[in-house]
Design a protein around this ligand. Sequence first.
Ligand SMILES: [Zn+2]
Length: 104
Amino acid sequence: MGKDAYCEIPAFVSRANCTNCLTTTEIMKPLHRISFEEAHCASCDELLQLTTFDRITSNASDVLEQTLSSLGIPPLEILRAQTPDWRTQYLELTGDSVDFPFSI
Ligand SMILES: [Zn+2]
């Protein structure tokens, strides 16, 4: 699809900032796996501002080294990839199919 293509993933949290005590914490976890406690500052208990992204691009080197599971992508998921000029392809992740020994 080209080097400018990207793949959509579930919202992923890269860091959390506390606007009260100005601390920053690296999270690197899918948003749906963030607990209530993790969403609050460990120092002052203020609700944190989360920095998220939902696309993997070719220059996202820190994300490209993670497993699909750690990015919050379930087995046998279908992901959408798109180019800046709106060409779209869907990627069916079938590598996990051996772990699901049933057929539909
Ligand atoms: Zn704080």
